[in-house]
Ligand binder design. Structure first.
Ligand SMILES: Cc1ncc(COP(=O)(O)O)c(C=O)c1O
Length: 303
């Protein structure tokens, strides 16, 4: 396990922001203090990736946003077409061929009470810039994962399938991992089985089969996760969604994380124990990462 805590704040990159109908430099963007996204974490977001001037799996991201908005009772201003227009307009203005997109919909400005009826107009914010979750050398060598004490909220309190603005559970799990000098957190659900990492899905390769827990185990239905399951099947790698325990990760030949920001991140150790043989050979992870990169470069909504 590495000796030093990971990831100090990244250097401020140039960002382009769509806010309340105007596109601006990120340093100019200001949100009123009465926005319920700030006051209560009341809202939701999507993170998308731009590869080669195309937004990867945009329709799936927007479908997830739409399902989450319904669950929270927030109407997307302009509907899905409105969301798509905002993302593409901000991406065009940003003009970088490869970037990270954060699309946010808050309940909007309202009173100091929690009652959502005081917020008649949801607010949309779109940020296009860059993100780096882990140091570049770690992406190759593999990250150190620790099992944290913070559990994924259950579906009857805060359904993890809604990508809401309330990310305290993810923040606290990552903080615990930082304090323990690891790169990332393995987060369990209330049954003690694997839910996901703080902001990424978990995969294991067990006897040649790719396995990831179903979203009902406490994971977000990751768009990258879905793409990897599709790619595995196309590549003839058998793939399944079924519950995993820590036992399975210790027994696995390979473990990796997936996410829009992270893409495919190999896991070198779990709780100090090397994954697989410890040789650093990860044929399935490498094959899937390459296939995902190819898919990202050749598909997506162009702008
Ligand atoms: C909690 C959580 N799980 C999983 C993921 C991975 O999902 P996706 O592949 O859609 O980025 C994310 C991404 O931000 C996340 O926040």
């Amino acid at each position: 396990m590495s000796a030093s805590p990971i990831s100090p704040a990244p250097a401020p990159n140039r960002t382009t922001v769509w806010l309340d109908g105007a596109v601006m430099d990120g340093r100019e963007a200001r949100v009123p203090v009465f926005d319920h996204g700030l006051l209560y974490g009341d809202g939701l977001f999507e993170a998308m990736r731009i590869n080669n001037r195309r937004v990867f799996r945009m329709e799936r991201h927007l479908a997830r946003l739409s399902a989450g908005a319904k669950a929270l009772g927030i109407e997307l201003p302009g509907g899905l077409a409105g969301m798509q227009k905002i993302v593409l307009e901000t991406a065009r203005e940003h003009a970088e061929p490869d970037a990270y997109v954060r699309l946010i919909v808050t309940r909007g400005d309202g009173g100091l009470g929690v009652d959502p009826r005081s917020c008649p107009h949801p607010r949309v914010i779109c940020i296009v810039g860059a993100i780096a979750l882990y140091p570049a050398d770690k992406l190759k060598a593999g990250i150190d994962l620790v099992t944290v004490s913070v559990r994924r909220p259950t579906a009857d309190s805060l359904d993890p399938r809604v990508k809401s603005l309330n990310y305290l559970s993810s923040v606290l799990s990552r903080r615990e991992a930082n304090l323990r000098h690891a790169d990332e957190a393995l987060v369990l659900n209330d049954s003690g089985l694997v839910a996901e990492a703080s902001v990424a899905n978990v995969f294991a390769v067990l006897g040649g089969e790719l396995v990831t827990p179903p979203a009902t185990q406490g994971a977000l239905e990751g768009i990258t996760r879905g793409a990897l399951l599709d790619l595995a099947r196309e590549l003839g790698i058998s793939a399944a969604e079924r519950p995993l325990g820590r036992f399975d990760l210790f027994a696995a030949d390979e473990v990796f994380l997936s996410g829009t920001a992270a893409r495919v991140v190999p896991v070198a150790t779990l709780d100090g124990q090397p994954i697989g043989t410890g040789s650093g050979e990860r044929p399935v992870t490498v094959q899937l990462a390459a296939a995902l990169a190819r898919l990202g470069d050749t598909t997506g909504v162009p702008f």
